[in-house]
Ligand binder design. Structure first.
Ligand code: CAO
Length: 455
């Protein structure tokens, strides 16, 4: 049995990447292509596969290390067939051509320990020429993929890998038999995308409007500074928010709903709800009302098709809600709201937001959303312009309710009423301004008369 060093393969245009997870330990018996560790750059994370099977003798890297091509990952006692195979000696020869301080001596001078690098990714397949955003949204990515009208051919693990990187499989041509997409294809595609000039990477139709590069400033010249790495959630949601902001032409419609009676009703029901273990929040009523408005204005419950030629209307009603967690913003989804009452919705909200804050949300609990509500009412503010959670076409922002004097024409006097500010951002490619105003008027009507919510 030959002992071999396994080195970091070509990982694209990165000087170094962070090791965020080790997937094997000394003594593990692994097969070719098993993932050894996960690395993360500021753009994506990827697994590095084993170049051949065998038994891990010693792991030479740890979580938190910064590694680059040629760095030693581990030593592996190659399985019999690998040890003797011509393929492994080719790999050992290949390594001699790679210049890196981490690479030890050529195979000839170190007869006992051969070196091998995991098979580098294949050259990036050319994506289709159509101009479209290359990524699916995370963390609310749809799982349906379209490839020239056909479903993409890929295993569940490759789909999960692509989803984690925000890659739409429809843009990848598989290199395995029958055009099956393998992990290497996804990695090659990501490398190719990241290597493109920024303007090409920034979504459909931007062309010469791509932003200027941000100036690089040494802030320490002005005072003391501290550099803190962004969390994984922040990096992923930041990239998605940016993509959504520059891709969808946003319009925000502001409105106000009189929730005096609804709030009285909610308070009168709270003790009863608590007995059933549920905190009855305003958000539960807002979700119920928004489904009613989505039914009245179905364009809001749609997504543009990937080619931008048609509208995909949805006959299900899954509502996402922005949830503030210590790691950043996540959007869990309350499913099948049309078949739930307000108490069911409130229970789902409790469970999902608890899971979100404990980092226990499953990927499927963040998928399939049709429309999102971002409620900052518990914190404060009078209004704001939320960013659409594309490929959804609208999002409702909710600010803090306050008592305001409202003129009553019947009594010719001002009455104190509880007013809730609403901010509806919508994709103007799909929704016209008139429908934007109709939608918020519908919401006002639903929220001002609690009986309508029960219908
Ligand atoms: N006006 C006035 N008070 C409000 C209110 C509103 N619109 N909405 C909630 N409140 C009150 C509640 O009644 C509650 O008061 P009590 O503690 O006295 O009962 C308090 O604020 C806290 O509410 P909550 O936050 O527990 O419950 P919620 O259902 O309103 O919100 C959730 C749940 C998950 C949406 C919230 O915790 C959260 O994370 N919000 C932040 C969302 C966010 O970050 N959005 C920005 C995304 S970027 O576009």
């Amino acid at each position: 049995m030959a002992l071999k060093d396994v080195l970091v393969p070509d990982i694209g245009n990165f000087d170094s990447v962070d090791v965020i997870e080790l997937l094997v330990k000394a003594g593990d018996v692994i097969a070719k292509d098993d993932s050894l560790l996960t690395v993360e750059s500021d753009k994506a994370s990827m697994d590095i596969p084993a170049p051949f099977g065998g038994t891990v003798k010693e792991v030479k890297t740890k979580v938190g290390d910064k590694i680059a091509q040629g760095h030693l990952i581990l030593t592996l006692e190659a399985a019999e067939d690998n040890a003797a195979s011509p393929a492994s000696s080719t790999q050992a020869e290949t390594i001699n051509k790679v210049s890196s301080p981490a690479i030890t001596k050529p195979a000839a001078e170190t007869p006992k320990v051969e070196q091998a690098i995991p098979t580098p990714s294949r050259p990036a397949p050319e994506p289709p020429k159509q101009v479209q955003p290359a990524h699916q949204p995370l963390p609310v990515g749809e799982s349906v993929v379209v490839n020239g009208g056909k479903s993409s051919h890929a295993s569940p693990s490759v789909r999960r890998f692509a989803r984690e990187l925000g890659v739409n499989l429809a843009f990848i041509k598989g290199s395995a038999p029958k055009n099956r997409i393998v992990q290497n294809d996804v990695q090659a595609y990501v490398k190719n995308e990241l290597a493109k000039p920024r303007s090409e990477n920034m979504g459909a139709g931007l062309g010469s409007l791509a932003t200027l590069p941000m100036p690089v400033i040494d802030f320490s010249q002005f005072g003391e500074i501290e550099t803190k790495p962004l969390s994984r959630i922040k990096k992923i949601s930041g990239a998605n928010l940016h993509r959504n902001w520059v891709t969808a032409p946003h319009v925000t419609q502001f409105d106000e709903a009189d929730i005096t009676d609804l709030e009285d009703f909610r308070k009168s029901m709270m003790a009863d709800a608590e007995k059933r273990g549920v905190k009855l929040t305003m958000l539960a009523f807002l979700i119920k009302a928004s489904v009613n408005a989505l039914k009245a204005y179905p364009n809001f419950n749609s997504s543009l098709s990937p080619d931008g030629d048609s509208l995909i209307l949805k006959n299900y009603y899954n509502i996402g809600f922005a949830c503030d967690t210590p790691d950043g913003l996540v959007v869990p989804v309350v499913k099948d709201v049309q078949s739930k009452d307000v108490l069911d919705i409130a229970r789902d909200l409790m469970e999902l937001s608890t899971k979100a804050r404990e980092r226990k949300l499953k990927i499927e609990e963040m998928q399939g959303g049709c429309f999102t509500i971002s409620s900052l009412g518990g914190i404060g503010g009078t209004m704001f312009t939320p960013i659409i959670n594309c490929p959804e076409v609208a999002i409702l922002g909710v600010s803090r309710s306050s008592m305001q004097p409202v003129y009553d024409a019947k009594t010719k006097s001002f009455e104190p009423r509880l007013i809730l500010p609403l901010s509806l951002s919508y994709d103007h490619r799909v929704v016209d301004g008139a429908d934007g105003a109709r939608f918020t008027s519908h919401m006002r009507m639903m929220l001002s008369d609690v009986r309508r919510l029960l219908l």
